[in-house]
Design a binder for this molecule. Structure first.
Ligand code: SF4
Length: 386
């Protein structure tokens, strides 16, 4: 590891765990998740706990500030399996007293008793995959729940004691109009969540949506309508007292998702489970994607890492720049200089000058950030800086 940028090590405090199971497969989904396979739940959690013990043994690690259990649909698991993972983490890792423990859930997989058990186990942030409050859109997406079930799940979360709840919504869906989007957004905001993620649909290869689009059996909203929906989102969220803190994320003051902020800052994070990616001391490790194979390897004591990339300090600097531009406040120049000994303004020179000149990026006293014009074109801007 001598060629990795060991001197750039920063305090690593986040742990991601992946649960690769879902009730059904959504039509747009390219995440590592499979429907059915309930016979794998128990052996998978057993294997995951083994990996956790292994990773903990590679420490000492600083106390965790964030634990994020994502998927897939973690809440598809019987509750005791899910709380058992949290308990196991607590046994294996030191945790900060104010650790953020997030679990992704889907409406239709949770009821109040289930959520109460999660809350008692120490889960203090819930993310609900709502996607839309229009049933016809949910159907097109292949979601396995209704809008009513989503609102019910939110209420159940409140009743169970959760005071930090995120709702995931999607815009730019087939058949979605600015009017139907506004309705979904307003319904979401009327529930008064602490956090709202609004992801724009992207068509990923290998999904049903990719086939439908290729065969011209599906139409997406016009670019103009998508921009209008984006403006509606910003206006609605600001009026609801939320801050726009990342391209796709809004929250009430103090409710930024700690886990994701760590990720956007390109800080280190541990990860365990199928398809999970960790980043530690300049080394990125990606785990295998097949749950059966993961279980077999963990049982046999074989590594589950299938890809290991050692990033140079320069590559890491560029990634930190790209990821940081996702944050509305932008990237702190001084932090980059301290961490990498490089100033982005000097490093990117004319490329950055051009983006500034085009009004896509701006320089404040301390930060480099996307402008309001640059944000909808984030991918193009980032492509210039990769
Ligand atoms: S619930 Fe989420 S992870 Fe599961 S199939 Fe649907 S989009 Fe993919």
């Amino acid at each position: 590891m001598s060629h990795c940028h060991a001197k750039l090590v920063v305090t690593m405090t986040a742990l991601y765990l992946h649960i690769p199971f879902c009730r059904t497969k959504c039509h747009y989904c390219s995440f590592s998740s499979r429907a059915g396979c309930s016979e794998l739940y128990t052996p998978y959690i057993h294997a995951l706990k083994k990996e956790l013990t292994q990773v903990a043994g590679m420490g000492p690690h600083p106390p965790l500030q964030s634990l994020f259990i994502g998927g897939g649909t973690p809440s598809i698991l019987p509750c005791s399996l899910l709380t058992g993972i949290v308990d196991h983490c607590r046994e294996q890792f030191a945790m900060m007293p104010d650790i953020e423990i997030s679990v992704e859930t889907n409406p239709g997989t949770v009821d109040e008793r289930y959520l109460q058990a999660l809350y008692r186990a120490g889960v203090n942030r819930l993310s609900l995959g709502v996607q839309s409050f229009a049933d016809p859109e949910l159907k097109i997406l292949g979601r396995s729940h209704t809008a009513e079930e989503a609102a019910g799940a939110f209420q159940a979360a409140r009743n169970a004691g959760f005071t930090n709840v995120n709702l995931d919504l999607m815009c730019g869906l087939p058949g979605q109009t600015p009017l139907s989007w506004k309705k979904s957004l307003d319904l979401a905001l009327s529930l008064q969540p602490e956090h709202l993620s609004v992801y724009q649909l992207s068509i990923e290869p290998g999904t049903q949506f990719a086939d439908l689009l290729k065969n011209k059996k599906m139409e997406l909203p016009e670019e103009e309508d998508i921009l209008l929906m984006d403006r509606q989102t910003q206006r609605g969220c600001l009026a609801a007292g939320m801050q726009h803190y990342e391209i796709s994320n809004y929250c009430l003051a103090g409710y930024e998702c700690r886990h994701n902020v760590n990720y956007w800052l390109n800080e280190d994070y541990l990860a365990c489970g199928v398809a999970a990616v960790s980043f530690r001391k300049g080394v990125r490790e990606k785990r295998i994607t097949d749950a059966r194979e993961y279980i077999r390897r963990m049982d046999a004591g074989i590594s589950v890492v299938e890809e290991r990339e050692c990033l140079s300090a320069e590559a890491s600097f560029r990634e930190t720049m790209i990821m940081g531009l996702r944050l509305i406040r932008g990237v702190c120049r001084e932090t980059l200089v301290q961490r990498y000994g490089r100033d982005p303004v000097q490093y990117y020179g004319p490329v950055l000058d051009k983006l500034v000149h085009l009004g896509l990026v701006e320089l404040t006293d301390t930060h480099l950030r996307l402008t309001g014009t640059g944000r909808p074109l984030a991918n193009q801007v980032m492509a210039e800086l990769v």
